[in-house]
Design a binder for this molecule. Structure first.
Ligand SMILES: [Zn+2]
Length: 267
């Protein structure tokens, strides 16, 4: 891409990403409640009043309305603009790290899906099949495209297939072992499917490193909660850590691989 086009490309990407973030808000809010994503149109969850297009501009409308519904004055969660801003920041970060390359497209789709899954899991402790199952299929199709064109795939088709099987299977095996040993459910089935999806997108090698990062970051946070005296009953969903691990592996696979090898075999 020529240098003179670049500012426009960045601005356009940010704009598209804000609109995607606005759509993700709808997905995050409606999907777990079993509501349709398309109908009815955007409305205030409190008073049900339909929103006009100018009430629905990402971030800007929320700021102009000072976080309140125009019709009933009830507060609108700051989560809405936050999701829009995060969707845009992730997109800009991905474009910066990956560059204006065919792989940017699947990277954006994966990052936005992970963002939606993270927020749904934090709110409901569920990772909907509605996202993870089509996500697995899409990951396999994406990487199967390597047979036709090298520009979009993130992993080889074989690594992606193994990633799906191992991601789902290994985590499920761990969970059953944990259940036998402790008599408690450690993870939900949504976690296995999410890791299977991550494997289908990134391949089995990066899937395992994403799991490693998730266990590491999840463990650190759990220790933090225990140290703060809030341990035991404080249930933290694992999905957000898996999503974080996958995002890091998507953006910085080489860096993590090098650090991991260094950790495994110092010197
Ligand atoms: Zn309202």
């Amino acid at each position: 891409m020529s240098a003179s086009l670049e500012p426009w490309a960045w601005a356009l990407l940010a704009l598209i990403a804000l609109l995607v973030g606005s759509f993700l808000n709808v997905v995050i809010h409606r999907l777990p409640r079993g509501e349709s994503i398309a109908f009815p149109g955007s409305h205030c969850p409190q008073c049900g009043h339909a929103l006009r297009p100018w009430d629905n501009i990402p971030v800007l409308s929320w700021l102009l309305l000072l976080g309140r519904c125009r019709y009933c004055q009830s507060g609108i969660s700051w989560r809405y603009p936050l999701v829009e801003i995060l969707a845009a920041l992730l997109a800009l970060l991905a474009a910066w790290v990956i560059g204006w390359h065919g792989q940017l497209l699947p990277a954006l789709v994966l990052l936005w899906a992970l963002l939606a899954l993270t927020l749904i899991d934090l709110e409901t402790y569920l990772l909907p099949d509605w996202i993870t199952k089509p996500g697995m299929l899409l990951g396999l199709l994406l990487n199967a495209s390597a047979w036709l064109s090298p520009h979009f795939a993130l992993a080889s088709p074989l690594d992606a297939g193994l990633g799906l099987l191992l991601g789902y299977g290994v985590l499920r095996g761990f969970a059953e072992l944990y259940l036998r040993l402790s008599g408690r459910e450690g993870m939900g089935h949504g976690d296995f499917k999410l890791l299977g999806m991550i494997g289908a997108w990134l391949g089995w090698q990066d899937m395992f490193l994403a799991l490693f990062l998730a266990a590491l970051s999840g463990g650190l946070v759990a220790v933090g909660f225990l140290a703060a005296g809030k341990g035991r009953d404080y249930a933290i969903p694992f999905g957000p850590y898996l999503a974080l691990g996958a995002a890091v592996m998507l953006l910085w696979p080489q860096v993590v691989m090098e650090q991991f090898l260094h950790l495994a075999a110092p010197g």
